[in-house]
Each structure stands twice: as structure tokens, then as C-alpha cells.
Design a protein around this ligand. Structure first.
Ligand code: GLY
Length: 360
């Protein structure tokens, strides 16, 4: 039975939308869009689990549905799969009033969202995230795109969904490793915005790790509220939105240097946050006690912290060419205290290297 638990409003004027959070609410998919023609996009892991239910819900809402399945994994964020979606939409004669639905994790959401942003110069789309990372981060805020051989997310568009439908029961089929990786982004919200959330995550480790219903609803709702507020204030990343990149400067470099897929995104961000906390200690007076609390929380969710064995030169080069590095020096979001960070700022190579060498 579908049970709606919480709603979060993303307030963006005419691009506003609602995030529904509940249990079993996959079965309500399409109710806000009765009678629309739908391109339902999923991947080879999620489609066999939830594709039929999603299609049945859409049909019950009077929607005509065409299904496309892409291979699971980051490799599907590519021009070939994007073209497949466009062509499937043309073949099904989908017009400007049609609706694209992304049923899956961040890869499916980014790919399907960009297909929706570009097909016929833009059609509506709905996000149905199936991973914790997608629920708390990538499905909210309208960033869509694909990768190029030269780098990740190099082509994309801001295109807000019309609805984000979060069914917490979909987490039951997520691997523990993927769940932990999603927790890295939740912990990030605690550091950048909300010390109460940080405390909650520390107090409720057992309930959260065993997927306790109330604890999950609380952390997903709070994460979405924070993301919604940051995006409301700065939809196109002119300033504030960049604080969402806490831990991402080194994190992106770790992903690249180790080879994409070695670390999950959230795992690399965990290492990046542990490192950024140490840079914050040197540059911003972030306390050693709070740094220890962050380390302990990351460990409590089985996340990696250490960069031991990684090559500083390679990481430095990767940080310097990251598209978020602006010009010369890599920029870091630094914490002043738990719950409070500044905008990204360039950091001295020497300081960064010293923090790296000091290790964990
Ligand atoms: N994941 C960062 C952002 O949406 O801006």
C-alpha cells in the first residue's frame, strides 16, 4: 500500500516542483500526469526489479508507455545511449507534451534528464530515484548530462524535473556498499549546513544501517530540504550551490586517478571530505575535535577515509584540470565548524601537499 510520508517543495518560480517521499509510492507514478505519453527509461539492474510496477502505475493513470533499458553503469552516460533515447522517442511519435521518466540511480537520471532537456528542445520529465545517492542528491536540482571520453559531465543542461518521486522501499534492493556511498552525501549535508542532521546521523547509526523506516524518512527528507534550499538560492551554480562540492575537489581527482569505478563516487567523496577537514583545520580553524567526529561518522557508515598509497602528483594534476578549478589553483570548500562552510577558495599547493603528506 502506498504511504506518502513527506513532501518537499523546490521553490523555483515557474520551474517549481514537489518531491514526494514515501513507502510504496512507486505505484502512484503518473497520477500527476494522467493520459500523457511516456518514455520510461531504466537500466539493466533496476528495470527487472521495478520496471513492470512503474509501467503498471503509468497505465493505471492512463499513460501510454514505451520502455527503454540501458546497460547498468556509468558507461551509459554517453552519446550512443542518448541517441537511443532520442530515437526511441521519435519512433514512438512522442510530441512536446510527452513525459520522460527516469527510473534508476544517478546515471539514468542524468542521461534521461538530458534526453528530456534536448528532445524537441525540451519535454517534461520525472525522477524516480532508486539509489540513496540519487534520492538525496542527483535527482534534485536539475543538473543533467552525459560524459565524454575527455571527462565526466562535460555536456549537459540545467533542466528541472516536474516531480521527484522517492519510494524508500526501493532501498531494500540496494547493495550495502551503494547505500554507504549515498550516506557520504548525507553526511556532507550535515557538515555544510546542518549540525543537527550530523548529530542525528551519529546517534542513529544502527537504525539507519538497518534501513529503519523513520530514520530513513528523516534523513532523506532533511537532505532534500537542504538541497532544495541551496538550489532555490542559486539554481545555476553562480555561487552558493558550489558548497555542495565539499569533499569533491580531491574526491573527483581520486575517482579519476584510480580509474572510474574503482571507488564509488560517494566513497571518493568520503576520502575527499576527510582531507578537506584537515585542510580546513589548517586554513580555517576547524577544530580537531570536530574533525575526529567527522572521521568517526564516515567510518560508522563503512566509508573509506585514507588516501594512503595514492600518488600526490597525479592527484594534483587531476585537481588542476578539473572543470571546477577555474584557473590555476584548485578550489576547496572549507569548513569553519560542523554545519558551516565557506564558498570555494583557491588553496596553496604547499598547504595542500603538507596535509596530503601528513595523512590520516
Ligand atoms: N551534486 C551537486 C549539485 O547538484 O549541484
Amino acid at each position: 500500500m502506498a504511504e506518502l510520508l513527506q513532501q518537499v517543495h523546490v521553490d523555483l518560480g515557474e520551474r517549481s516542483y514537489g518531491i514526494q517521499i514515501g513507502r510504496g509510492i512507486l505505484d502512484t507514478l503518473g497520477q500527476e500526469f494522467p493520459g500523457r505519453s511516456v518514455l520510461l527509461v531504466s537500466d539493466s539492474r533496476v528495470d527487472p526489479l521495478y520496471g513492470d510496477r512503474a509501467e503498471a502505475a503509468l497505465q493505471a493513470a492512463g499513460c501510454k508507455c514505451v520502455r527503454v533499458q540501458v546497460p547498468e553503469g556509468e558507461g551509459s552516460k554517453c552519446t550512443a545511449q542518448l541517441q537511443r533515447l532520442w530515437e526511441a522517442a521519435v519512433e514512438a511519435r512522442l510530441d512536446r507534451k510527452s513525459l520522460f521518466v527516469a527510473l534508476g540511480g544517478g546515471v539514468v537520471g542524468d542521461l534521461c534528464g538530458f534526453a528530456a532537456a534536448s528532445y524537441l528542445r525540451g519535454v517534461d520529465f520525472v525522477q524516480v530515484p532508486s539509489s540513496l545517492l540519487a534520492m538525496v542528491d542527483s535527482s534534485v536540482g536539475g543538473k543533467t548530462g552525459i560524459n565524454l571520453p575527455q571527462g565526466k559531465n562535460l555536456v549537459g543542461a540545467f533542466h528541472q524535473p516536474k516531480q521527484v518521486l522517492i519510494d524508500l522501499e526501493l532501498l531494500n534492493t540496494l547493495s550495502p556498499r551503494e547505500f554507504s556511498a549515498g550516506m557520504a552525501e548525507v553526511i556532507k549535508y550535515g557538515v555544510i549546513w546542518d549540525a543537527d542532521l550530523f548529530r542525528f546521523l551519529a546517534e542513529q547509526v544502527d537504525a539507519i544501517r538497518s534501513l529503519g523506516a523513520d530514520a530513513l524518512a528523516t534523513l532523506v527528507t532533511r537532505s532534500c530540504e537542504i538541497k532544495a534550499e541551496v538550489v532555490r538560492q542559486d539554481e545555476r551554480e553562480g555561487g552558493l550551490r558550489a558548497i555542495l562540492n565539499f569533499g569533491h575537489t580531491l574526491g573527483h581527482a581520486v575517482e579519476k586517478v584510480c580509474g572510474y569505478g574503482t571507488y564509488l563516487h560517494g566513497e571518493a567523496i568520503s576520502i575527499g571530505m576527510a582531507y578537506a577537514a584537515r585542510v580546513s583545520e589548517q586554513a580555517k580553524g576547524f577544530s580537531g575535535e570536530e574533525r575526529d567526529r567527522l572521521d568517526q561518522l564516515l567510518q560508522a557508515y563503512d566509508l573509506p577515509l585514507s588516501w594512503e598509497g595514492l600518488d600526490w602528483e597525479a592527484l594534483w594534476q587531476a585537481m588542476c584540470v578539473d572543470k571546477k578549478a577555474a584557473q590555476e589553483a584548485p578550489r576547496f570548500v572549507l569548513a569553519e565548524a560542523l554545519g558551516r562552510v565557506g564558498l570555494p577558495e583557491p588553496c596553496d599547493r604547499e598547504l595542500l601537499q603538507d596535509c596530503f603528506r601528513a595523512g590520516i
